[in-house]
Ligand binder design. Structure first.
Ligand code: NAD
Ligand SMILES: O=C(O)C(=O)C[C@@H](O)[C@H](O)[C@H](O)COP(=O)(O)O
Ligand code: ZN
Length: 377
């Protein structure tokens, strides 16, 4: 086993619930020794999907076993459409079969779908057992594994069932991104660009300076480290201020209000989370331009970054304006019946508002490609 060389660490400061995000290339073999320092019980259940388990399951399990843990594993089919209560039931069945105890640990080895579900199972099994995130997609490394939002989708809407439940550790080995499909890498970049717009002007400018952003291979290791570290820092800073989204945390939902509606209206099949967020960011930007909150030039800069990454920026015509407006009513940010939007006011600054006129919203949705008839979804 190699000695662990940390590239960077970011702390999520939440008092007694604080934890570390450890970023270290080629460190999957060190997973066991990192967990051994956390004073966990002996039993670990590794949760993954067949694709990720084929690549990395054996190495993760070998490392945990070598550190003295008693390890079992559970696989859930890959894909957002399996982010359901039925999948959680299979996880509970496995936890029961393995006689997991309060001191036992669930390890999420995978992308955001596996992370969100594993965290939810950990939050609810025996009213809460330990949970560790080992994110393997870019999106999970920079966003989903950090901050403790866990849960599953309801047929009527995205992430409607869930709990805030923090992991004990987030362990990132960027080398695993070598096997991540390029489309999934681009999806992760959508959340990275989000941090630039909502929080970190400097990150945004660095992304603008990069020659390419559309694949792991096209990005130099130094920039990748900046992307991972700055994104985790942005998320950790926001979450540390507002763990349960009673205020500032809502800004992490930039692009998600319309993005989530598009994801659920396309049946979680054709557009992935990052792609939907990219389209949602374009919509939020366009609303902000029309309300005079930010300049067209800023909107064009955001659009250029999304296009450089190869992300979609138009709403699919299969989705109608009316269906989006209906679905927005189930958004978790709705307050007193009013939909709240996160709108940009400058690169690195956003505001939360429920004052978006219906006509502006309709016009923007139609101008971005939503149809004016019901799709039948
Ligand atoms: N909890 C949060 O704060 C939060 C934040 C953002 C997104 N999310 C959720 O995360 C989910 C999206 O996550 P995602 O983009 O990681 O999707 P995902 O989990 O579906 O993973 C994408 C695909 O990449 C594959 N994959 C992952 N790592 C791989 C690797 N190293 N090599 C090869 N293949 C690999 C997976 O098998 C899957 O097919 C959504 O459900 C979204 O709602 C949650
Ligand atoms: O961590 C957060 O807070 C976020 O909003 C991050 C989002 O990128 C993520 O997609 C999250 O799961 C959305 O949460 P939801 O509460 O809108 O379902
Ligand atoms: Zn997201």
């Amino acid at each position: 086993m190699n000695e662990l060389v940390l590239q960077s660490t970011v702390n999520v400061d939440l008092g007694p619930l604080s934890y570390q995000i450890a970023i270290a290339p080629n460190s999957l073999e060190n997973l066991g020794s990192l967990l051994a320092d956390l004073n966990l019980g002996k039993k670990i259940l590794v949760v993954s999907n067949p694709i990720v388990a084929d690549y990395y399951g054996e190495r993760a399990i070998a490392s945990l076993s070598a550190a003295g843990f008693s390890v079992s594993s559970h696989l859930i089919p890959a894909g957002e459409r399996y982010k359901t209560l039925d999948s959680i039931q299979t996880l509970y069945d496995k936890a029961l079969e393995q006689r997991l105890e309060r001191s036992s640990t669930l390890v999420a080895l995978g992308g955001g779908v596996i992370g969100d579900m594993t965290g939810f199972a950990a939050a609810t099994w025996l009213r809460g057992i330990n949970f560790v995130q080992v994110p393997t997609s870019l999106l999970a490394m920079v966003d989903a594994s950090v901050g403790g939002k866990t849960g599953v989708n309801h047929p009527q809407g995205k992430n409607l069932i869930g709990a805030f439940y923090q992991p004990r550790l987030v362990h990132i080995d960027p080398e695993v991104l070598k096997t991540l499909p390029e489309r999934e890498f681009r999806a992760g970049m959508a959340e990275v660009i989000k941090y630039g717009v909502i929080w970190d002007n400097d990150l945004f400018v660095r992304l603008e300076g990069a020659t390419a952003l559309n694949s792991f291979l096209a990005i130099d290791p130094e920039l990748l480290n900046i992307i991972l570290t700055r994104s985790c820092q942005a998320k950790a800073e926001v979450v540390s201020q507002d763990e349960k989204e009673s205020g500032v945390r809502a800004i992490l939902n930039y692009g998600h209000t319309i993005g989530h509606a598009i994801e659920s209206l396309t049946g979680y099949e054709t557009i992935n989370h990052g792609e939907a967020v990219a389209i949602g960011m374009v919509a939020a930007s366009e609303i902000a331009v029309r309300l005079g909150l930010w300049d067209r030039e800023c909107g064009d800069r955001q659009l250029a970054l999304l296009q450089k990454t190869g992300l979609p920026t138009q709403i699919p015509a299969s989705v109608s304006v009316e269906d989006i407006l209906d679905t927005l009513q189930t958004d978790k940010k709705v307050k007193a019946g009013r939909v709240r939007f996160i709108l940009p006011t400058g690169i690195g600054e956003v505001k939360i508002t429920d004052a978006v006129p219906n006509d502006t919203l309709r016009d923007v949705l139609a101008d971005l490609g939503a149809s004016n008839s019901n799709s039948g979804y």
